[in-house]
Design a protein around this ligand. Structure first.
Ligand code: ATP
Ligand code: MG
Length: 415
C-alpha cells in the first residue's frame, strides 16, 4: 500500500455521493485516506467483519462471491472510478457478503467505520444520499441476478430438451427389438416340450415377466416424453370414472392380495362425470395406485376416493385421492417427487418388482400424473406428515380435474 498525493478527493466524492453540500464533501474528504494497491490485492474478504469502506479513484476491482464448493467463485461486477465498495456491510454491521479484489493497480479513498458513522450521524442529507446510492446498488444487483437466472434457465431448459430427446430415441430403439423378443418368446412358450417341463415353464415365466416389465418401463418413458413435449393434445370424451376405478382396483387385486394389502373404493354418490382423455386419466390413476401399493408395507390399506369439488376458479370439478398406510413422504420432497426421474432415498437399495415393497422404478410415474393434470387444466399434489418406516404415517395423493378441460392449453400451474 502506498499513500498517493496530491489528488482531487472532493471531485471524486462528488461523483460517488451526488447531492452532498460543499461542507459535507470537505468533511468527508478530511476523514478519508488515499491509497494505491497492486493487482490481486484483496480489499474486502467475504465472510469477514472489516472496518473500512472504499471509493475507487482509479483502476478496477472485481466483486466476487463464493457460490458453492462445486461452482466456486463468481464475479458479480467490476467496480471502477467513483464506485463504492464495502459500504453495505458497514451500514448493516454484518460480515462482508462478497470479496473485492483489485484487478489493476488501484487507487482508492478509504474511510473507516467510526468516521463513517460519525459523519452519517451528523448529516441527515449524507445519510439519505448513501441510502439512495445503496438502494440503487441493490436494485442493480437484483437485475443482474435476474439476468443470470434467466440465462441459466435457458441453458437448463435446453439440457432438459436434449435429455428428453435422448430418452425418446432410446425408448423407441428399445421397443422394436423388445417387441420381436416378446413375439418369439410367446411362440416358444406354446411348444409342448416347454409346457410339459415344470423347470422350463418357470424359466419361461421369468422371461415373459421380465420382458413385460421392460416393455412397461419403455412405454412409461415414451409417455413422459409425450406429456413433457408441451404438444400433448387431449381428446376429451365422457369418462366412465366408476368403471375406470373399479377396473384398476381389480387389475391390482392379485398384486395387492400377494402383499396382503386391502384396496378400498369410496366414491361419493355425487361424483360428477367429466370430459377428459380416458387413456390419460387411467394412466395417472394407475401410477398413483401402483405407488400406494409399492410404498406401503404388507398388511396395509390403499383407499381410492372420488368426490365433487369446487375448483379455485369457482367451477365444478372432481377430485381423486389415493390414500395409503405406507412410509410417507417428508415435506421437502412433496414438490420434487413430481419431477421426472426424481426418487427419494438411495435408488441402489430399492428392491426389484413393480409392486413389491419399495420396488424400483425410473421415477416417472408422478411426472406423468402431473402432466396429465396440467393437460386437463387441473392439478396434482401430495399431503403427508412425513417419512417414517416405523409408524407408517402414509400419504394421500390428489388429482383434481375440471368437468370440462379448457379449450386452449392451460398456462403452467404451480401444482
Ligand atoms: P416409476 O413410477 O417410474 O416406476 P417411481 O415410483 O420411483 O418410478 P414416481 O412414481 O414418480 O417414481 O415417484 C417418485 C418418488 O416419490 C418415488 O421414488 C418415491 O420415493 C416417492 N413416492 C411416490 N409415491 C409414494 C407414496 N405413495 N408413498 C411414499 N413415497 C412415494
Ligand atoms: Mg411410480
Amino acid at each position: 500500500m502506498s499513500e498517493t498525493q496530491p489528488f482531487d478527493k472532493i471531485s471524486l466524492l462528488r461523483q460517488a455521493f451526488k447531492g452532498l453540500s460543499a461542507d459535507e464533501l470537505q468533511e468527508m474528504a478530511t476523514a478519508t485516506q488515499l491509497c494505491t494497491y497492486p493487482p490481486e490485492h484483496i480489499l474486502c474478504h467475504e465472510g469477514a467483519y472489516e472496518e473500512v469502506f472504499y471509493v475507487i479513484a482509479d483502476g478496477n476491482a472485481a466483486v466476487s462471491k463464493n457460490i458453492s464448493e462445486q461452482d466456486g467463485e463468481r464475479i458479480l461486477r467490476v467496480a471502477g472510478k467513483g464506485d463504492l465498495v464495502g459500504e453495505m456491510a458497514l451500514i448493516q454491521n454484518v460480515p462482508r457478503s462478497a470479496t473485492v479484489r483489485t484487478i489493476t493497480d488501484c487507487t482508492v479513498l478509504e474511510m473507516n467505520k467510526k468516521d463513517f458513522e460519525t459523519l452519517l450521524g451528523r448529516s441527515p442529507s449524507m445519510a439519505i444520499n448513501i441510502i439512495r446510492t445503496t438502494l440503487d446498488r441493490i436494485r442493480e444487483n437484483d437485475l443482474m441476478a435476474i439476468r443470470v437466472m434467466q440465462s441459466t434457465n435457458k441453458v437448463l431448459h435446453h439440457l432438459d430438451r436434449n435429455k428428453m430427446e435422448f430418452i425418446q430415441v432410446a425408448a423407441h430403439e428399445l421397443r422394436t427389438p423388445l417387441t420381436v423378443l416378446k413375439g418369439y418368446v410367446n411362440v416358444l412358450n406354446s411348444f409342448p416340450e416347454i409346457k410339459t417341463n415344470a423347470a422350463l415353464v418357470e424359466v419361461m415365466d421369468g422371461i415373459i415377466k421380465g420382458a413385460d416389465r421392460m416393455h412397461e418401463v419403455v412405454n412409461t418413458m415414451l409417455d413422459v416424453t409425450r406429456i413433457d413435449s408441451e404438444t400433448l393434445k387431449i381428446r376429451p370424451v365422457p369418462v366412465p370414472l366408476k368403471r375406470i376405478f373399479n377396473q384398476l382396483a381389480s387389475d391390482f387385486t392379485k398384486a395387492a392380495t400377494e402383499r396382503n394389502i386391502e384396496i378400498i373404493i369410496e366414491q361419493d354418490e355425487d361424483t360428477p362425470g367429466i370430459n377428459a382423455d380416458p387413456t390419460l386419466i387411467q394412466k395417472a390413476l394407475y401410477h398413483l395406485i401402483i405407488n400406494a401399493i409399492k410404498y406401503t408395507p404388507d398388511g396395509g390399506k390403499v383407499i381410492l376416493r372420488s368426490r365433487s369439488v369446487t375448483l379455485e376458479n369457482n367451477t365444478q370439478g372432481v377430485e381423486f385421492s389415493v390414500t395409503d398406510t405406507g412410509i410417507g413422504l417428508d415435506a421437502e420432497h412433496h414438490e420434487l417427487v413430481f419431477e421426472k426421474f426424481y426418487q427419494v432415498g438411495d435408488v441402489a437399495i430399492h428392491s426389484s418388482g413393480k409392486t413389491s415393497f419399495k420396488g424400483g422404478g425410473p421415477g416417472l410415474g408422478l411426472a406423468i400424473v402431473r402432466g396429465v393434470a396440467r393437460a386437463h387444466g387441473g392439478k396434482a399434489w401430495v399431503e403427508s406428515s412425513g417419512h417414517n418406516e416405523v409408524n407408517f404415517p402414509g400419504s394421500t395423493f390428489y388429482l383434481q380435474l375440471p368437468i370440462d378441460p379448457p379449450k386452449t392449453q392451460p398456462p403452467t400451474l404451480t401444482k
